[in-house]
Write a protein that binds this ligand. Structure first.
Ligand SMILES: Nc1ncnc2c1ncn2[C@@H]1O[C@H](COP(=O)(O)OP(=O)(O)OP(=O)(O)O)[C@@H](O)[C@H]1O
Ligand SMILES: [Mg+2]
Length: 387
């Protein structure tokens, strides 16, 4: 779904940068039928069509739309307009008659113009016309009979704010300078800005997906080697080439042991895994980083040698979804805590307050000099910069 559709304004407050036009169209409606028609004019992508739909929604009206081909033929137009020309009391609902993009109609299609002008004289419903260029000579007669409301180009700042809000809703981040670039390039046209943003975000999320997929190919291959292959020197190093923290690898192994091992093998593999866990605790508690080597060794060579014979055939390994999510979340929280802790002691505030104000602090910590000052680790820097 295109973002211009998805984020089409629904209420007056969603139509940005057009407060004056909104106020004027409300007045036009309040005063109807003093003036029967209004022309909303202004550059593309500034909210003309959107404003009409919002107006209909907010006033509980139905939109009766006339298009170019309706306007081509006088008799046909009269036919179409009949219900709209009828006595208002026959209809319960309110109606707005919309003639969208009137300046897009070519001269030969203007056979219905006199009928449109007649409609404006007799209509029981407000007529709203939109146009980019109202100074075409064909429109002179229409101009005389209508109020005019101008929609302005939307400032790049407003555009940027809107884009930012949408990214947030989409759970995406884009570098500030790219956002600014898109906003400026749009030259006041919000539709263009939204399309550019969606294209840019599309490329980005695809890249993230590919990276994720590569990561999984790596781990699947490594699992295959450990579970199926003969334990050998190579096996010991297999997880070095998998771009994944060792704790996450443990989850993958744990999830997939039962898919490959049975009986005694199964028991031995889980026994080894629990020993890995003991090492892990020692490592964390006592900061014995050299134990990491053992942890890695048990996970690769150890688990591999838990089987009696090498295995053949294809096994489809599973992603450890539920536990992985919990683990990733804890992991994130740990990092957040340690960063907040460093910041808190540096600026002399409580750790709890630093946690609460983390979104703000995170922005401050994007500054490389502050990162240095707080001695953030590489992983912590990555964490604050990832957004
Ligand atoms: N002022 C605005 N506030 C919020 N969103 C807007 C605004 N203007 C345009 N948009 C976004 O751009 C899309 C296109 O806007 P819209 O169709 O109203 O433009 P328009 O002025 O009618 O353009 P055109 O002259 O090309 O018909 C909308 O769906 C909406 O997502
Ligand atoms: Mg439009």
């Amino acid at each position: 779904m295109s973002w211009t559709e998805k984020y089409r304004p629904k209420r007056f407050s969603d139509v940005k940068g057009q407060d004056e036009a909104i106020a004027k169209i409300k007045i036009f409606l309040d005063n109807f039928p003093r003036t029967k028609a209004v022309i909303l004019h202004g550059p593309p992508g500034t909210g003309k069509t959107s404003l009409v739909y919002v107006l209909a929604r907010e006033t509980n009206s139905e939109i009766f739309e006339l298009n170019a081909s309706d306007l081509r033929n006088r008799d046909k137009l009269r036919e179409i307009l009949k219900p709209a020309m009828e006595q208002k009391s026959l209809f319960k609902e309110k109606k707005l008659i919309l003639v969208d993009e009137v300046d897009g109609i070519t001269a030969s299609d203007w056979g219905g113009l006199p009928e449109l002008l007649a409609l404006i004289l007799q209509t029981h419903y407000p007529v709203i016309i939109t146009a980019n260029d109202i100074w075409k000579k064909e429109l002179a007669a229409l101009r005389k009979k209508s109020d005019m409301i101008q929609l302005k180009e939307i400032s790049y700042k407003t555009i940027k704010e809107i884009l930012f809000g949408i990214l947030k809703k989409e759970n995406l981040v884009l570098e500030d300078k790219n956002l600014t670039k898109i906003a400026i390039n749009a030259k006041g046209d919000l539709r263009a800005a939204l399309n550019d943003l969606q294209a840019e975000a599309g490329i980005k999320s695809e890249m993230i997906e590919i990276a994720e997929r590569n990561k999984e190919v790596d781990i699947f291959n490594a699992l295959r080697m450990v579970f199926k292959g003969k334990p050998q020197e190579e096996t010991m190093r297999i997880f070095d080439s998998v771009n994944m923290p060792i704790d996450e690898i443990i989850l993958w192994i744990e999830e997939n042991i039962p898919a490959e091992y049975q009986g005694e093998e199964l028991a031995r593999a889980f026994e080894l895994l629990s020993r890995t866990d003991i090492f892990k605790k020692r490592i964390y508690r006592q900061q014995y980083w050299r134990f990491l080597v053992y942890e890695n060794f048990f996970l690769s060579y150890g688990i591999s040698s838990a089987k009696k014979n090498i295995k053949t055939g294809f096994t489809s390994y599973k992603k450890p979804n539920r536990i992985l999510k919990i683990w990733l979340n804890n992991q994130k929280n740990e990092k957040k805590k340690s960063i907040a802790g460093k910041y808190a002691s540096f600026v002399h505030i409580g750790e709890k307050r630093a946690m609460n104000e983390f979104p703000v602090i995170k922005n401050i910590l994007r500054n490389p000099e502050i990162q240095k000052e707080l001695k953030l680790s590489e992983e912590e820097i990555e964490f604050v910069e990832r957004g």
